[in-house]
Design a binder for this molecule. Structure first.
Ligand SMILES: NC(=O)c1ccc[n+]([C@@H]2O[C@H](COP(=O)([O-])OP(=O)(O)OC[C@H]3O[C@@H](n4cnc5c(N)ncnc54)[C@H](O)[C@@H]3O)[C@@H](O)[C@H]2O)c1
Length: 336
């Protein structure tokens, strides 16, 4: 389907479910963006989930978002259970504004929800020539190292840096081998998941998406990935006052209350220590890697973010393909 037409439909669905025009626009933009960067795990496949939560009043359509200024650089936001896209969008915009004024901006957000891809927010800072770290916690998916029970979310770590060219450096990776959305989408489409990414509830390796969702996802690099997920839980949840330690509610399966996800955004001026020399040095840094001898396994040495940028440029000219059962879900939501 044509991107603009699709965006209008999603926008309309959100407005029908009660979001304001402004919040519907923010949310539909991010959902379409996920499709365009080749991350359908965080796109249309989640529309029904957001609408369900709105209908059950677990996402607040008319949030009174409170912004507390702690200093010129630091702000604390209570998103009042707004849809996660809006809680996070408010947060990153304030972190950017604080960093522009003082060189350093940090914003903690509590009472938010699932915000999609961290790169949505990192990109906004990098476009303003700022360096950025984004963190969010998520519902239990990964077992802490040594345990058999899922407790940490797939908790992505995201870092963005201006490169002096139009393609930003954006490393945006979950602490699990694959993100949970890929497993959710595979379940919806009746597809298998790759081997080696999850265990079923009895601790046996599985490629069955449903069984994987009932079991645990494997972290990247064993205790190191589980440690990263833990760090993200601490900075997103403990630090901001959001849920943590396994208490973030699953947006699909747990309708007992708002998710209370937490996010942390840290934004700095990249010349904070070296001034204009930053751009000279980052360009040298990227070149040093690009010039290395290339493994036969790959066509080109890329930096993080290059692949998503290339997909976006390619996909923006095409229509978005929607699997049949996701289209049916969308049609039902649009008809409400
Ligand atoms: N909101 C949430 O609760 C939540 C939770 C988990 C993950 N997520 C999102 O899911 C996405 C992460 O999924 P993933 O871990 O499966 O990501 P991925 O494996 O697709 O990509 C991870 C990173 O590796 C980089 N990369 C990929 N191929 C590369 C190559 N050939 N050379 C160099 N770099 C390369 C990508 O640019 C990206 O920065 C992120 O956008 C994350 O924010 C969201």
């Amino acid at each position: 389907m044509n991107t603009q037409k699709l965006k209008k439909i999603i926008n309309h669905v959100f407005i029908k479910h009660g979001l304001s025009n402004k919040h519907a626009k923010i949310s539909s933009n991010y959902i379409i963006k996920a499709e365009l960067v080749g991350a359908p795990s965080h796109g249309l496949a989640r529309l029904k989930m957001y609408c369900n939560r709105i209908k059950k009043k677990l996402i607040n359509c008319k949030p009174k978002i409170k912004i507390k200024k702690i200093s010129q650089s630091i702000s604390h936001i209570d998103a009042n259970n707004a849809i996660g896209f809006v809680g996070a969008d408010t947060g990153i915009k304030i972190a950017i504004s604080n960093a522009k004024k003082t060189g350093f901006g940090m914003v903690g957000v509590k009472n938010s929800g699932h915000y999609g891809l961290s790169s949505f927010y990192a990109e906004q800072a990098v476009k303003k020539n700022l360096m950025v770290w984004c963190f969010t916690n998520a519902p239990p998916a990964i077992a802490p190292y040594g345990s058999t029970k899922a407790l940490f979310g797939t908790n992505p770590v995201c870092f963005g840096a201006p490169t002096g060219n139009k393609i930003p450096f954006i490393l945006d990776a979950s602490a699990s081998i694959i993100n949970r959305g890929k497993i959710r989408r595979a379940e919806k489409l009746g597809q298998k998941i790759p081997a080696g990414v999850a265990l079923d509830k009895n601790g046996k390796p599985t490629t069955n998406a449903k069984k994987a969702l009932e079991g645990v996802q494997l972290p990247i690099a064993e205790f190191k990935g589980s440690g990263l997920a833990w760090m993200v839980d601490i900075v997103s949840g403990v630090l901001t006052g959001a849920n943590h330690g396994g208490k973030v509610k699953d947006p699909f399966d747990d309708l007992t209350g708002p998710q209370n996800v937490g996010h942390l955004f840290i934004v700095i001026k990249p010349g904070i220590f070296v001034g204009k020399n930053y751009l000279t040095q980052i360009k040298k840094n990227l070149k040093a890697v690009k010039r290395l001898p290339r493994s036969n396994m790959i066509k080109k040495i890329l930096y993080p973010g290059e692949n998503k940028y290339a997909k976006y440029k390619k996909n923006i000219k095409k229509s978005i393909e929607i699997p049949d059962n996701i289209l049916q879900e969308m049609n039902k939501l649009n008809a409400i």
